[in-house]
Structures are given as structure tokens and as C-alpha cells.
Design a protein around this ligand. Structure first.
Ligand code: SF4
Ligand code: FES
Length: 256
């Protein structure tokens, strides 16, 4: 297969970037998208040119490191798939593809297709954990969890923190990511002691990180490679309302 690639090249955050056109003639339909870029990079290195920088680690769709726009769609055209798990068989010979980094104020470009997603780490560190006494591992069955809640918590915990939701949101909002992190702990007994403090702290951090506000557009759900549902945003908002009403001394809404 032959492809024409237009790839965003930017040396550093402080420098201007531009699209650069590459003809790629050695594409196999069996390659993953990142392997296709590896081959292009080998050619660039052989010619003495700078390889294209892109983030990756596991290449198995589980770590959340990879991600960029392919023809304006986060992680490309295959639903529920990270770019590292996207294969070239989903493209046609002669296709013209435009690759760009995530575009969001809270994710500044580091180089080429790499952006700084440390804002997500700071949101997690404000509350995406539970405080428990350490010691020997407790028996997994000592705290019963209703099956429905266990399933919903597991679905929310599938978020890999890739940032596609932010990049696809016209508001640059981090609501799907934060809602997923809040939901997976709020649905489990272990997450209850800090449940309402957690939501206040994490939402406050989201505001500080210059993410936009959610207006329920739903682009985030459409591109999420882990198919996290908008319901996590509703749960986050419900918990946030309850926490802020309680903090003001008002009557809080009833539990779900
Ligand atoms: S919610 Fe989905 S798109 Fe957003 S960071 Fe998590 S896995 Fe990525
Ligand atoms: S490289 Fe780990 S999810 Fe893509």
C-alpha cells in the first residue's frame, strides 16, 4: 500500500509547527498504525532527518500513552480502538491521512504528535485513590459488592487516561475522564469514606488545569477507545451537587 501522510511537525512548545507531507510506499495492511510510523521513521533516520515523535508504550491498548488525531478523529476511524491497536487494513491504498496532536489548552504540544498530559496526573493525585491501612491482603470476599455496582465500577475503571475525550470535545473538557475516575471509586464500598471530598477536590483541580466546561455534546463518548459512557459524568455531577450542598449546610438530594 502507498499512503500520503501530512504530519504535524513541531520542534518544541515554544516554536511554531507546520504540516509536512510524506509519501509512504512501504505500508503493509498487517502493520499497526504505529508500526507504519516506525517504518517511516527508519527511512527518515536513514536520510539523516529527524524522526516523527509520538507517544506509545504497551502497544496493546492498555496503558493510555498513545493517541493523536487521524483525519480529525481521535485515535482514528475504528470505534473503541486506540491508535496502537488500529491496523492498516482499515485504510485503502492511495489514502491521504492528516496526523495532528491532541489540540487542547490543557495539553500543550511537547514535540510533533506528543502532548503534555500531566494535568491528568494532577487530577488523579488530588483524589483518585482511597486511603486504607496497609498490611496483609484482605480476603477479597469480606466486603460484598452488588454485582451491578461491581460491573459499573469495572467499566469506569477501564479508562486509560489517553486524553482523546478532551481532544475531541469542542470545550476541551475533561469531564469523561474525571467522571470515570470518580465513578469507579464512588461505586465501591472502599471508595465511600472519601467519596464527597474526592469529588470536590478533583473537580477543583480540573478547573485549575484550564480544561473547559462540559455541555453534554457527547464527542468524548464517541471517540473513547474504552467506550466509557456519559453516565459517569452524570454520576460525578450528582456527587458534586450533593457534596457542595452538604458543605453549605443545605439539604442534599437523596442517594441514587
Ligand atoms: S475517558 Fe476514554 S477517552 Fe477519556 S481518557 Fe479515559 S479512556 Fe481516554
Ligand atoms: S501504547 Fe498503550 S494504549 Fe496505546
Amino acid at each position: 500500500m502507498k499512503l500520503t501522510l501530512h504530519i504535524w511537525r513541531q520542534k518544541a512548545a515554544s516554536q511554531a509547527g507546520r504540516m509536512v507531507r510524506y509519501q509512504h510506499t512501504k505500508v503493509s495492511p498487517h502493520m499497526s498504525f504505529l508500526e507504519m510510523l516506525d517504518v517511516l521513521n527508519e527511512e527518515l533516520i536513514a536520510k539523516g532527518e529527524e524522526p516523527i515523535a509520538f507517544d506509545h508504550d504497551c502497544r496493546e491498548g492498555i496503558c493510555g500513552m498513545c493517541g493523536f488525531m487521524i483525519n480529525g478523529v481521535a485515535h482514528g476511524p475504528q470505534r473503541g480502538t486506540t491508535v496502537c491497536q488500529l491496523h492498516m487494513r482499515h485504510f485503502k491504498d492511495g489514502d491521504e491521512l492528516y496526523l495532528e496532536p491532541w489540540r487542547a489548552r490543557a495539553f500543550p504540544v511537547v514535540r510533533d504528535l506528543v502532548v503534555d498530559r500531566s494535568a491528568f496526573d494532577r487530577i488523579i493525585s488530588t483524589g483518585g485513590y482511597i486511603s486504607v491501612s496497609t498490611g496483609s491482603a484482605p480476603d477479597g470476599n469480606t466486603i460484598p459488592v452488588p454485582k451491578k455496582n461491581a460491573d459499573l465500577a469495572m467499566d469506569a475503571a477501564a479508562c486509560i487516561g489517553c486524553g482523546a475525550c478532551v481532544a475531541s470535545c469542542p470545550n476541551g473538557a475533561a469531564a469523561l475522564f474525571t467522571g470515570a475516575k470518580i465513578s469507579h471509586l464512588a461505586l465501591l464500598p472502599q471508595g465511600q469514606p472519601e467519596r464527597y471530598k474526592r469529588v470536590l477536590d478533583m473537580v477543583a483541580q480540573v478547573k485549575q488545569e484550564l480544561f473547559g466546561s462540559c455541555t453534554n455534546i457527547g464527542e468524548c463518548e464517541a471517540v473513547c477507545p474504552k467506550e466509557i459512557k456519559l453516565e459517569v459524568i452524570a454520576r460525578m455531577n450528582r456527587d458534586y451537587l450533593k457534596a457542595s450542598w452538604t458543605a453549605r449546610g443545605d439539604a442534599a438530594p437523596t442517594e441514587e
